[in-house]
Design a binder for this molecule. Structure first.
Ligand SMILES: [Zn+2]
Ligand SMILES: [Zn+2]
Length: 123
């Protein structure tokens, strides 16, 4: 295990507590505990943690990347109204894709746009 700096540990703890956060959201939380932390430090540490496989980077179309504490394969539902990101499990999707793509060697990111329950209720 690589040595983690104090900033890095804090950022990891924040992701593990809240999940699915943008770098800006992580920064807002981090500043409460470490007032001198810079936004650039937050970005750098998030990317390093994602590269090390401690967190997962989720690409969001038309929005900033999110960082996820859940490393196991899963998809996401993104609410177009409030921007909330929810986990989605599609059993058999991986197998289906593998058959369609005809190789094991591929990567994909699926995000479904659908209103979250709170936004549906507010309609
Ligand atoms: Zn919503
Ligand atoms: Zn997730």
């Amino acid at each position: 295990m690589k040595y983690l700096t104090k900033q890095c540990k804090l950022i990891l703890a924040i992701i593990q507590e809240f999940g699915h956060m943008t770098a800006e959201e992580v920064y807002t939380e981090a500043v409460k505990q470490m007032p001198k932390i810079a936004l650039g430090t937050v970005y750098r540490n998030l990317n390093e943690l994602a590269q090390d496989g401690r967190i997962r980077k989720i690409r969001v179309p038309d929005g900033p990347d999110r960082f996820d504490k859940t490393l196991s394969p899963h998809e996401h539902i993104i609410c177009p109204v409030c921007g909330k990101v929810l986990d989605l499990s599609v059993p058999g999707l991986d197998e289906c894709l593998r058959k369609a793509v005809k190789t094991d060697n591929f990567d994909y990111a699926l995000s479904v746009n659908a209103r979250c329950s709170a936004c549906r209720a507010a309609q």
